[in-house]
Design a protein around this ligand. Structure first.
Ligand SMILES: Nc1nc2c(ncn2[C@@H]2O[C@H](COP(=O)(O)OP(=O)(O)OP(=O)(O)O)[C@@H](O)[C@H]2O)c(=O)[nH]1
Ligand SMILES: [Mg+2]
Length: 429
């Protein structure tokens, strides 16, 4: 019971989760001092409302297949755990069900893995109907794999050969229920995704250049979308703030661009999430151009890791070959020397500060430039009876050089390649 308050109510003490973070890393390496290998797990836990009270790293080629950590390290962990006051252990990898079980048995505390932490955050941050369905699907898939593990475990505890283990039938039932629910979720998602397909087809049909913001979680994608388009997407200093995609437009030199902000990436993104969020991630694969937003304020090693993680997810979802513009964001946090060394010799990179609005003109130019080749110069004569087509073209390509003549309006326009044929009949000279 909590302490009595003056107003007669009782403050029920919240069970505060205090995690002890553990990781297995390949080799001590020559990591610079400013690089905290467990910093990201700590951030993930913080976003999930869990405080990190201690950490332990084991350097070995591979995690132990049965216990994640080696025996000696496990003993050390037990001692450190007691002193730390942790009531939870969090591993920086996805654990095999067997590893998780054995760790829990050895430590006497609940053990969660990186995937569970990420799934939890997603569950917390999902707002749209689609997002909620996607997260539930990913969680069920994750749990189903664990139930299988649990089941073999209970089976082993069971009586002799040929008899059913205790709990087996219960778990079979649970698994069947989970499977039914998964099938149902998939059907419902398919319906939602058909609707999304319709909206997307409309966008594609508009022939406006489509740009997707992609990048590591917390890199500043939403802040940049808001800056470039005047949108008001939620921004926050926590991981996976954004799950639902938002598309807004902005005009640059008379041309309209569609810009989409979507879910951020992370190292070791649980594959169940990649699967379940396929439709959301497709927003990225459908774009003509990807602006890869990079947090330039990260220490170099962490930044390189983040860039590699984004590249690998883009590859995985089939967007590996899309044209890219690299936007190094949060430049305001760097001193001029670091700023210069970051961008010098990094030809395709644009430096920006989304919060201050620095470098946005350059970024818009770079985007426009990459679409320049998708435009073909045409000289067109619209008779006065076809001015509707002229205004349609105007809305597609922006400002036009026009000359009013007795037989119609003559324009020099840069027409999207895909539409050249539909203006062929107006071609003039
Ligand atoms: N100093 C500084 N902070 C920035 C800049 N851009 C974004 N931030 C901050 O970085 C944090 C993350 O920004 P978001 O725009 O939410 O990042 P995101 O990439 O959309 O993150 P997720 O949606 O979680 O993937 C927020 O606290 C922003 O205020 C910048 O140019 N400079
Ligand atoms: Mg965001």
């Amino acid at each position: 019971m909590g302490e009595g308050r003056e107003d007669g109510t009782y403050a029920v003490p919240e069970t505060i989760q205090r995690a002890f973070a553990i990781a297995v890393l390949p080799s001590p390496g020559a990591a610079p001092d400013d690089h905290d290998p467990l910093g990201e797990l700590r951030e993930l836990l913080r976003t999930g409302g869990v405080e990190t009270v201690g950490s332990l790293i084991q350097h070995r080629a591979e995690p132990d297949p049965d216990r994640y950590l080696g025996r000696g390290k496990l003993e050390q962990l037990k001692e450190e755990l007691e002193a730390s006051g942790a009531n939870l252990v969090a591993a920086d990898d996805e654990l095999l069900p067997r590893q998780e079980r054995n760790l829990e048995a050895a430590l006497g505390l609940p053990v969660i893995d990186r995937s569970a932490v990420i799934l939890d955050i997603f569950a917390d941050h999902a707002h749209s109907a689609e997002g909620k369905l996607q997260v539930e699907l990913a969680q069920l898939e994750y749990n189903l794999a664990r139930m299988r593990g649990l089941w073999t475990h209970l089976e082993r505890l069971g009586a002799g050969i040929g008899t059913r283990g205790p709990g087996e039938s219960q778990i079979e039932t649970d698994r069947r229920l989970a499977r039914d629910r998964i099938a149902k979720l998939r059907r419902r998602l398919a319906v939602v995704e058909r609707n999304r397909g319709v909206i997307r087809a409309k966008r594609t049909g508009s022939h406006l250049p489509q740009v997707a913001l992609a990048g590591y979680t917390n890199a500043g994608k939403s802040t940049l979308l808001n800056r470039l388009t005047g949108a008001e997407v939620g921004v926050g200093d926590r991981l996976f703030q954004t799950l639902d995609p938002t598309t807004r437009s902005y005009d640059h030199e008379g041309r309209t661009y569609l810009l989409t902000d979507t879910v951020g990436f992370i190292r070791k993104l649980p594959h169940q999430l990649v699967e379940a969020f396929k439709a959301t991630l497709e927003e990225t694969t459908m774009a003509d151009l990807i602006v890869h937003v990079i947090d330039a304020s990260d220490p170099p090693e962490r930044r390189a890791d983040a860039i590699a993680a984004v590249d690998s997810v883009l590859e995985e979802i089939g967007a590996g070959a899309k044209p890219r513009v690299l936007a190094y964001n949060k430049l305001d946090l760097l001193d001029p020397d670091r700023r210069r060394s970051l961008l010098v010799g990094n030809g395709e990179a644009i430096g920006v500060s989304a919060t201050r609005g620095d470098g946005l003109g350059e970024l818009r130019d770079a985007i426009a430039h990459s679409f320049a080749s998708t435009l073909q110069p045409m000289r067109l004569l619209f008779p006065y009876s076809a001015l509707g087509r002229l205004s349609e073209l105007h809305s597609l390509v922006g400002e036009l050089e026009r000359e009013d003549r007795p037989d119609g309006v003559l324009v020099e326009a840069r027409v999207p390649t895909a539409l050249v044929h539909s203006y062929d009949s107006f071609r003039c000279g």
